[in-house]
Structures are given as structure tokens and as C-alpha cells.
Design a protein around this ligand. Structure first.
Ligand SMILES: Nc1ncnc2c1ncn2[C@@H]1O[C@H](COP(=O)(O)OP(=O)(O)OP(=O)(O)O)[C@@H](O)[C@H]1O
Ligand SMILES: [Mg+2]
Length: 412
């Protein structure tokens, strides 16, 4: 092939600047005299005068372009160092031209095809990975919403269970006064029958009559006081069960609500050596739903008995105190039970965290308390506990805007 164009022309124009072909003009010693734009861009060549070996990354020390130019018909596969990317392999031919060597490097079409296939297969793989990821994501979202639903149901059923315990507590409490009233009323019936008998006799001993009448009077007193106690309990039960199920807000007495908790919990600590004391020297009236306080305090109480006092087998004291500080109400709740390790104290409010899962604990009690105090009462609940030294909870929440007017009737 005759070369009519100058080498410089070839470098600058003959080989398309954008064509993926490398073109170098080398001195016989292998120094780069000139290179096309594509070669410069690809290899990052800035100045000429570099050795051709410098752009080749394999056997660069041994490669001799002059020797290669001895047989221009042979193409050599060489790998070129690429600016900011992985090296690439080209097929080079070396042709002597006067006292210089022309070097042409073309990309291997097979290699391009392999790369194309690789890219395609990577693409396909990525597509299938994306699909798998989408599926996994959808599954995860579904599990998450199932979990949320289950959690909501559990929270609801925990509320129902606490309502159930409340009913059982009151039913038990009311049993005693009703039982006493029943016995006393039957002794009234008996005494009146005795009086009837006496009146049917010809002579009645005055002392007998007086003593029987005294029996009737004492028994009536018992009936009266015990029915009164029952009426109080029914009132308190009506109030708390209604408060637990109704969302209504009204003015209520914090003192009465805490007393109601203790009444409903009496059965739980009967036959144990646990004492519960409520220091109610300060009277606090609040606006809101007393069912919230009822549920929080009864959960704390149940936990003290169950965890702090080992299901009531240990002796100790549960102490509740209330206090008003500026616009905040503080409830100090403490037990002298077993206390918690640092880890338990830290995780006590986490949903589903329980140390007694095997014995039926769901780990929702304190989570519900935390929820009620933070989202409904807009306050905080803090747990302070040391192993073997008891547990303390401090609840702080603001008195709501609907300031309490002394004239407002307290709901009974
Ligand atoms: N007063 C306490 N004394 C010692 N440990 C306590 C006390 N209160 C709570 N804990 C610990 O905190 C954990 C979480 O209490 P939480 O009330 O949330 O769940 P639980 O009582 O285990 O189960 P449940 O959902 O039935 O109430 C308990 O398992 C227990 O280890
Ligand atoms: Mg609990």
C-alpha cells in the first residue's frame, strides 16, 4: 500500500479522532512521536516523548516495537493502561515507515462481543435481583403491617384483660359486705320469728324481749353499713369500668381514682405480706379521663406483685404519693421488691420486652403505660430501679388547659 499522506496527517486526520482505534507514531527506539486523540484520551498521554512501553501494562520491559515492526503482518495482543479505568486489550500491528514505526491498535470484536454479552447478562442478573428485591420488600411490608395489626390487637386484648381483672377484683371485694349483710339479715328474720313466738306465749320475759330486739338492732346496723359499702363499691366499679371504655373527658379526683385501683387490687395482695399505702394528704382534681390513670397505676401494681414480689411470695411495701408542682402533677410510685438489672430497667418500656415470656408475659404492660402517659397525658414516665433495692416510677404530666374550677362537679 502506498502512503501518499504524511505521517502527521495520518495522526491528525486520517485516523478518525473519535474512532476507537489507537494510532501511534514511534521512533525506532520506541519513543512516542505522535498519537491520535483517541489514544491520548484513553491512555492519558499528555506529552509525547514517552516510551511506548509505558502505555502497555503487560511485559512492558521486554516489548520491542522495532522487533515487532520486522513482521508487520502479525497482530499482537497487548493490554493498554487506561486513564482512571481498568486496562483494555487491543490488537496491535507495527509497520515500519522510513525511520519511524506506525502502530495501529484495534479493539478485538470478539472481546467486544464478550463484553456486550457480559453486560447483558449482568443487566439481566440485576433485573432479576431487582425483582427479587421488590418481592422481598413487598413481603416485608406485608409482614410489617401484619405485625402492626397483631400489635394493635394485642394492645386491645391487654386492655380487655385488664378490664377483666378489674371486674374480678370488684366482684371479690363486694362479696364480703354482701355476705355479711346476708348473714345479718337472716339473723334479723330469726329474731323477729323469736319475738312472734314470745308474743304468742302468755307471759313474756322483758329481758328476753330486750335482748332479741338488741340483736335485731345490731344486725340492722350491720346490714346498713355493709350495704353502704357495697353501694360504694358498685359506684366505684361503675365509674372505673365506664371510664375504661368511654373516651369522654371530665373533671375527676386523682385521689379517688388511685383509691379505686387499690380497692380493685385488694384481692391480688390478700393472703400475701404485701402492704399498699397511698399517701393522699394532697387533694388533686384533674380534667381528662381517669381511665388512663387507672390503667397505668394498676399495671404498675400488677408488675410490683408479679415481678417485684415474685407473685406475692415476698413481703414488702407498695407506696404511692401524688404531688402538684406548678402546672404539673407528679405521681411517685414505688415498691420495695426485687428491682431490675440495668438492662431490664433500660428496656422496660419496649414493646414485647418481658423477662417472663415462658410464664405468659407479653411485655406489653409497660409499653401501654408509656403510651398512655406520653401520648394521652402528654407527660413522661421514668423508671429508676436497682437490683434487690426496689423499683420506682415517676410520672409527670401537665394539668390540662381546661383549668379546674372549684365549682365544677366531680364525677362520681
Ligand atoms: N416492679 C417491677 N419490679 C421488677 N421488675 C419489673 C417491675 N415492673 C416491670 N418489671 C420488668 O419489666 C418487664 C416488662 O414489664 P411489662 O409489664 O411490660 O411486661 P410483663 O409484665 O412481663 O408482661 P405483661 O405484658 O403481661 O405485663 C417485666 O418482664 C419485668 O422483668
Ligand atoms: Mg406487666
Amino acid at each position: 500500500m502506498s502512503r501518499k499522506i504524511s505521517i502527521q496527517d495520518a495522526v491528525n486526520g486520517y485516523v478518525d479522532k473519535k474512532a476507537p482505534v489507537l494510532f501511534f507514531v514511534l521512533s525506532r527506539k520506541g519513543e512516542i512521536v505522535s498519537a491520535n486523540q483517541y489514544a491520548k484520551d484513553l491512555t492519558g498521554l499528555s506529552t509525547t516523548g514517552q516510551n511506548f512501553s509505558d502505555v502497555i501494562v503487560d511485559f512492558s520491559n521486554e516489548f520491542d516495537p522495532a522487533a515487532a515492526a520486522g513482521d508487520p503482518s502479525i497482530e499482537r495482543m497487548l493490554t493498554v493502561g487506561v486513564n482512571n479505568a481498568s486496562p483494555r486489550t487491543f490488537y496491535f500491528s507495527f509497520e515500519p515507515c522510513e525511520d519511524q514505526i506506525l502502530v495501529f491498535g484495534r479493539q478485538d470484536t470478539d472481546e467486544l462481543e464478550t463484553m456486550r454479552k457480559e453486560v447483558l447478562s449482568l443487566n439481566r442478573e440485576q433485573g432479576s435481583l431487582m425483582r427479587q428485591l421488590h418481592k422481598a420488600n413487598a413481603k416485608l411490608n406485608k409482614s410489617l403491617s401484619d405485625l402492626r395489626q397483631a400489635q394493635a390487637k394485642l394492645v386491645e386484648s391487654e386492655k380487655m384483660a385488664s378490664l377483666g381483672r378489674l371486674v374480678a377484683g370488684f366482684a371479690h371485694e363486694i362479696n364480703t359486705p354482701i355476705g355479711i349483710a346476708l348473714t345479718a339479715s337472716s339473723s334479723i328474720a330469726e329474731a323477729s320469728h323469736q319475738i312472734e313466738q314470745m308474743l304468742m306465749q302468755e307471759e313474756v320475759e322483758e329481758d328476753d324481749l330486750i335482748s332479741t330486739l338488741e340483736t335485731i338492732r345490731d344486725a340492722s346496723r350491720l346490714v346498713f353499713s355493709n350495704l353502704n359499702r357495697s353501694a360504694d363499691l358498685v359506684g366505684s366499679f361503675k365509674r372505673t369500668s365506664m371510664e375504661q371504655s368511654v373516651e369522654e373527658l371530665f373533671l375527676y379526683s386523682l385521689n379517688d381514682t388511685i383509691k379505686d385501683v387499690l380497692t380493685s387490687m385488694k384481692m391480688t395482695i390478700k393472703n400475701t405480706s404485701i402492704k399498699a399505702v397511698f399517701d393522699s394528704h394532697e387533694t388533686i382534681n384533674l380534667y381528662g379521663n381517669p381511665g388512663d390513670i387507672f390503667q397505668v397505676v394498676s399495671n404498675l401494681f400488677e408488675n410490683s406483685v408479679r415481678h417485684g414480689f415474685d407473685n406475692g411470695t415476698l413481703e414488702g411495701l407498695i407506696f404511692i404519693e401524688i404531688q402538684k408542682e406548678n402546672d404539673n402533677v407528679l405521681i411517685h410510685y414505688s415498691d420495695t421488691g426485687k428491682g431490675m438489672s440495668a438492662e431490664v430497667a433500660e428496656r422496660v418500656f419496649e414493646p414485647f420486652y418481658t423477662t417472663v415470656r415462658a410464664r405468659g408475659g407479653t411485655g406489653l404492660g409497660m409499653y401501654i403505660c408509656h403510651n398512655i402517659v406520653t401520648s394521652r397525658l402528654k407527660g413522661t414516665i421514668e423508671c429508676k430501679s436497682t437490683q434487690e433495692k426496689g423499683t420506682k416510677f415517676i410520672l409527670t404530666f401537665p394539668v390540662t388547659k381546661e383549668t379546674i374550677h372549684e365549682t365544677d362537679p366531680i364525677k362520681k
